[in-house]
Ligand binder design. Structure first.
Ligand SMILES: [Zn+2]
Length: 165
């Protein structure tokens, strides 16, 4: 049995199942007799298994008659409470309305967050990078002091060698 379902916000709103009858149509296109599938709405779909399951799934979806009051036709229902736009609040990042309640940010910022994080996260990252650079700088300064000390030693040795008769 093959089942295709359309989910809206995780809830199945339409589904179609079909079973392979093991029978073939009497006369198919291009002389090819396709396999007959019995669909749960009482209809029959002819499908050539060589075309793959996706093609069969599409054929099953095409048997669905979408009702006029389908949830898909109601824009408000395309959002759950957590994603429904809230015009009464302002974006925490840029101050615009409306916002997406689950993120507390407007839509552009919500999607920007997914790409690069919030301003605050960026600032935190920059601060961490700065601290890291300072540490690196510190250790470089240490290396420099060491090199200078070695250089002084070398110069001293050189001077000693030159002073010898
Ligand atoms: Zn914003």
């Amino acid at each position: 049995m093959i089942t295709v379902a359309i989910l809206l916000n995780g809830q199945p709103i339409m589904a179609r199942s079909a079973i392979n009858t093991g029978k073939r149509e009497l006369r198919g296109p291009a002389g090819k007799r396709r396999t007959l599938y019995s669909v749960d709405d009482g209809s029959t779909v002819a499908h050539d298994p060589d075309e793959g399951a996706v093609r069969l799934a599409i054929r099953l979806l095409e048997t669905i008659k979408e009702p006029k009051d389908s949830p898909m036709n109601s824009p408000a229902d395309q959002y759950t409470d957590e994603t429904r736009l809230d015009w009464t609040r302002k974006c925490e990042n840029c101050g615009q309305s409306p916002i997406v309640p689950i993120t507390g940010l407007c839509e552009p910022c919500t999607f920007a967050v997914e790409r690069e994080g919030t301003e605050r996260e960026r600032a935190d990252r920059a601060e961490a990078e700065l601290a890291e650079s300072e540490l690196r700088c510190e250790s470089l300064r240490g290396s420099l002091a060491e090199v200078q000390a070695n250089l002084e030693d070398a110069e001293k040795s050189l001077a000693e060698v030159q002073e010898r008769p």
